[in-house]
Design a protein around this ligand. Sequence first.
Ligand code: PHE
Length: 381
Amino acid sequence: MRTRRSFTLALLGLAATSLAGAGCGNKSNDIQVGAFLSLSGSDATFGTDTRDGIELAVEQLNAEGGIKGKKVKVLYEDDKSTTQEASQKVRQLIDRDKVVAILGEVASSRTIAGGLIANTSKVPLVTPSSTAVEVTQGREYVFRVCFTDEQQGKVAARFVRNDLKKAKAGVFYAAQDTYSSGLAKSFRDEFKKLGGEVVVDKGYQKGESNFRTYLSELKGAGPDVIFVPNYYNEMVLIARQAKEAGIAGSMFVGGDGWDSSNLVEGAGKELEGAYFTNHYAPDVPWPNSKKFLESFRTKYKHDPSSLAAQGYDAAAVLFDAMKRAPEVTPEEIRKALAATKDFPGATGTLSMDANRNANKPIVVVQIKDKKFTYASQVMAE
Ligand code: PHE
């Protein structure tokens, strides 16, 4: 009886010690960085692909000794592809986990939501791939390692007008989405400036799944190309219905939101020959991209998406800033991030400009044989 009791007491003691360890939130003495991503919900591949890229960067960093003798751990939170959860998760990471910096999101609407919290809490946030102009505007603590939609829309318009030599464009976009409508605007403005004509311009509601009426209107206006700056899940449906309506897939031009293996799995055949602007393609001819491609293939046994490459770069740029910062505090990390210059990223060499946007090249990708193939690159201005 007595032995049994002391055994129980010993067990209780053990449990208490480990609980106390867990209670301080960070028993391993790692540096904690937060990440909020769409790991489930409508844009799940955005989140999971980005996480794969971040994890590769973390693994490489820790294998090389971490930061100031400490290992870095990224705490992931799933916002389920909603803006409301995005704000809540950022708040949790800051208040509960006391992270020193945050990575995320992909969709601009969710980075705008989470960025507001990070900015008012004075914790630096680096978004891998949110391109809407508003994301970093007036927010000292919000940075991005990608170009903006102002730049991306211009490049798409120039590509259509000057390289494809098309004069009549249709524009079809998700009306209430910040990313989609912002990119549509920038394309439209530049295309007209270059002497092109927008012969049909339609906004659909996010969440619609029957695009047939729009598609017949688009076709009726007789455009040479149709610019559709939306996300891959809607594009799969549009491409399939366009095929039924007799619109050739090669007429479509898109933006970085098309980047997902689900696009080519769902509508690769329907979109054969289509072009879109992007951050990366596996066959992009930059030395750092090749190094990244090799290590990514070794770890995951498949090619990285552009999102994975952007996730990798966001984490690598943040870690580089943390190494340069005299102390690993949110304020010092913010200053070091702002000073990022000529960083050799997997998605090109980048420098942070005065508005916390990355200066770097934009890639034009073509869908060929259900694969994303590098077509050309343009330096964003
Ligand atoms: N740029 C998109 C946005 O801001 C997100 C995205 C980036 C999607 C890259 C796919 C690939 O909303």
